[in-house]
Design a protein around this ligand. Structure first.
Ligand code: CP
Length: 320
């Protein structure tokens, strides 16, 4: 049951850095109700009937885009989809002008993915519509972290006291950043692991254990969440070769012999089989990667539902 004491009061969901543990719990509990709806014969509810949601994806996405689109349909919302390649941004239109057009169409909610960290925040301060951050640069990916936490809670029963390790390209990972904010607030013990060049400064200040040794991250972990190497964000290579990276940091059957028997393996996708993880582990018994995708639907329904209940007010901050 959802805790009746805690109410959602935010117009936008921009990141987990801003949320309290109680707000995170509210989203996860609400998602549990929507997960149950997804098991019914009739999976559609009228919660967002009459509301319009725009999906603005200015960076490639498979899982997040499809999951939001399905969540909106299941909630009976009207939807609009704008991909960067088909938008007028390629003709030089600015975010500011796009905002004006969004206002003119009287949209209720904008789901936005952007390659620039902070782009959804700028939009949120300038329009009445609610903004849901679907991933901004290397900053945050709040709904991914919420679905990760939902999956951990589903498999392990709770988050408090669990040992959760992130392995891979922490430097460029908005998924890691949102998970660190969220999991530490929920009482989990977070470890991050990767080559020194892919571990940003300031991680210890975020309350996490930092290691460059994979064995340290695997031993005692209840959850291992793997992050792919984001080649598209690296102008210069951060390690000698992909093969050397895989030798030191790949999760495979051998390294899992050092893990707890009931460890679960997570990955936000897209997976690079044979680099950060071997195919047999992706498809093996420890993997909950497809559960994450399934749970993303319930979590995004919950976020859309909670945000749709907030009255929309205008703000005046200037968009640059
Ligand atoms: N996890 C994730 O954000 O995947 P997509 O890039 O496919 O949306």
């Amino acid at each position: 049951m959802v805790d009746k004491e805690v109410k959602w009061t935010r117009k936008d969901l921009l990141g987990l850095r801003d949320l309290s543990a109680e707000e995170i719990k509210l989203v996860l509990d609400t998602a549990k109700s929507f997960h149950e709806v997804s098991l019914r014969a009739v999976k559609k509810v009228p919660a967002l009937r009459g509301r319009t949601v725009a999906n603005l994806f200015f960076e490639p996405s498979t899982r997040t885009r499809i999951s939001f689109e399905l969540a909106e349909k299941r909630l009976s919302a009207d939807t609009i989809h704008v991909a960067h390649a088909t938008a007028s941004f390629v003709k030089g239109e600015t975010l500011k002008d796009a905002v004006r057009n969004i206002e003119a169409l009287q949209l209720n909610i904008v789901v936005m993915r952007h390659s620039s960290s902070g782009a959804p925040h700028r939009l949120a301060h300038n329009i009445k519509a609610s903004i849901i951050n679907a991933g901004d640069g290397i900053n945050e990916h709040p709904t991914q972290a919420l679905l990760d936490m939902f999956t951990i809670r589903e498999k392990k029963g709770a988050l408090k006291g669990l040992n959760v390790s992130f392995v891979g390209d922490i430097l460029h990972s908005r998924v890691a950043r949102s998970n660190i904010w969220g999991l530490t607030k929920m009482g989990a013990n977070v470890t991050v692991c990767g080559p020194k060049t892919l571990l940003p400064p300031g991680l210890s200040d975020m309350g996490v254990r930092v290691t460059t040794r994979l064995a340290d991250a695997v031993k005692d972990a209840d959850v291992i969440n793997l992050l792919r190497i984001q080649m598209e964000r690296q102008e210069e290579p951060f390690f000698p070769s992909v093969r050397e990276y895989a030798t030191a940091y790949q999760i495979n059957r051998d390294i899992l012999k050092k893990a707890k028997e009931d460890v679960i393996i997570m990955h936000p996708g897209p997976v690079n089989r044979g680099i950060e993880i071997t195919s047999d582990v992706v498809d093996g018994p420890y993997s909950v990667i497809l559960n994450q995708v399934t749970n993303g639907l319930a979590v995004r329904m919950a976020v859309l539902y909670l945000i749709s209940g907030i009255p929309q007010v205008s703000t005046t901050e200037e968009v640059t």
